[in-house]
Design a protein around this ligand. Structure first.
Ligand code: UTP
Length: 409
């Protein structure tokens, strides 16, 4: 009873008295919320400015283009990377806690199935295929950590169980849950879901570092002598999870983070691009980029701000540990979310009604003075499944994947 009273008092204090705390479960949820932080985030959401103002602080980055490097040098990088993989000091982590709202698939995005070269596969199976391929090549079972959300964890784990881990030894696949943060409506109020609890959403792919620490994953990695972890998304069919070139490059350049990019296909492609702000690497979101920067080209006609972030990132264990102790900033997105109104009715909004707060993995780049940037190629590295149809949809990704396999299998 005391708990319920305390929860009610807190809600009143923060202007959230419309939430009627009538169960211990709801009270527990309220007591875990950081209301000071939520208030700050709401302020940030309503005063969000869309473009970067101080462009004089922003400078371009220099990416390494493998096509402009001596073949011998490339082979050396690959050999260095391969040695690390063979020594068992390398692991991968898959960010699979997203909601996949644009794709509209019911269930975890990794369970989405697609026909590839006449075989129907889930996105999770595509990941495991690459692990199995690496096992054959390097004679080592690479450990794979899968970040789920509290919402989709159970379904993800039972999917793997049902599919018998796609033939990969179960002990090399481990799941951990990411964190959540409440949604706020446009008036800054908490909303209730159909389960009678406050509606929460995953805290963004940048939540990976903190959740790794919280779930004991970093300690486990250290115990197992893991030195490098590739962190990739679940929805790009062409990710090279075992990217030995990127790994070798990071080691040779003596950096703790490396990222594989591709060049934007036009100034208007809706992807984040790399730049330097006050000397540190940063990703500017598509919406923040001013036209002047978007259209700027160098003396060879190449886009100056064209190096796009495709979630192919490699971290040294020290970088993961450091990022896990820093509070990465939250970005704000507007989303549609169903809720129960004060009359107890379910409301299904037709347009965005909520603010969602997400941390982004790339905000960890600025924790170090330098990171390695390796330019990949769209047709070899990027076949994302984001939307139901149109750009970056299952059909476009399938085409890219099948073309790549035809050339490289
Ligand atoms: P996106 O930002 O494309 O989000 O995720 P999404 O959830 O897949 O799709 P939308 O925006 O709702 O349509 C890029 C990668 O980051 C993961 C996703 O699973 C995907 O692999 N992600 C995203 C998380 O793991 N957690 C999150 O909170 C958000």
């Amino acid at each position: 009873m005391k708990k319920i009273e305390e929860a009610r008092r807190i809600l009143e204090k923060y202007g959230q008295g419309h939430i009627n705390v009538n169960t211990e479960e709801l009270a527990d949820q309220v007591l875990k919320i950081d209301f000071e932080q939520l208030q700050e985030l709401y302020e940030q959401a309503i005063h969000k400015t869309n473009v970067i103002n101080n462009i004089e602080d922003i400078k371009p980055v220099k990416a390494i283009n493998p096509e402009k490097i001596d073949k011998k040098q490339i082979d050396e990088y690959i050999k260095t990377g391969e040695d690390v993989v063979k020594s068992g000091k390398f692991a991968i982590a898959i960010m699979a806690g997203g909601q996949g709202t644009r794709l509209g698939h019911q269930g975890p995005k990794g369970t989405f199935e697609i026909e590839l070269n006449s075989k129907v596969k889930s996105l999770f199976e595509v990941v495991v295929d690459k692990l199995k391929e690496a096992q054959k090549k390097y004679n080592v079972f690479i450990k794979c950590y899968i970040m789920t959300s509290p919402e989709n964890n159970e379904e993800t784990v039972s999917f793997f169980e049902k599919k018998n881990y796609f033939g990969y030894p179960k002990q090399y696949i481990e799941f951990f849950k990411q964190g959540e943060i409440p949604l706020l409506n446009k008036q800054g109020k908490l909303i209730l879901g159909e389960d009678g609890l406050i509606k929460l959403a995953s805290d963004g792919n940048g939540g990976i570092f903190y959740s790794m620490a919280k779930n004991g994953i970093i300690d486990e990695m250290k115990k197992n002598n893991i030195k490098w972890v590739f962190i990739g998304s679940v929805d790009n069919l062409l990710v090279k999870y075992v990217d030995t070139l990127l790994l070798g490059l990071a080691i040779k350049q003596n950096v703790k983070i490396a990222t594989r990019t591709i060049v934007k296909n036009s100034p208007y492609e809706r992807v984040g691009v790399l730049c330097k702000k006050n000397g540190k690497v940063k990703v500017i979101e598509y919406t923040e980029l001013q036209n002047e920067m978007r259209l700027a080209v160098d003396e060879y006609g190449e886009m100056i701000y064209g190096e796009s972030h495709i979630m192919c990132n490699l971290y040294n264990i020290e970088a993961i540990e450091k990022a896990s102790t820093k509070e990465l900033k939250y970005h704000v997105a507007e989303k549609k979310a169903k809720y129960i109104n004060e009359k107890g009715e379910l409301v299904v909004p037709e347009k965005e009604n909520c603010y969602k707060f997400e941390k982004f993995i790339f905000d960890s780049f600025c924790l170090f003075d330098e990171i390695a940037i390796l330019r990949g190629k769209r047709e070899e590295d990027f076949a994302p499944i984001k939307n139901k149809d149109g750009t970056d949809c299952p059909e476009t990704a399938k085409k890219l994947y099948e073309e790549y396999m035809a050339k490289n299998a």
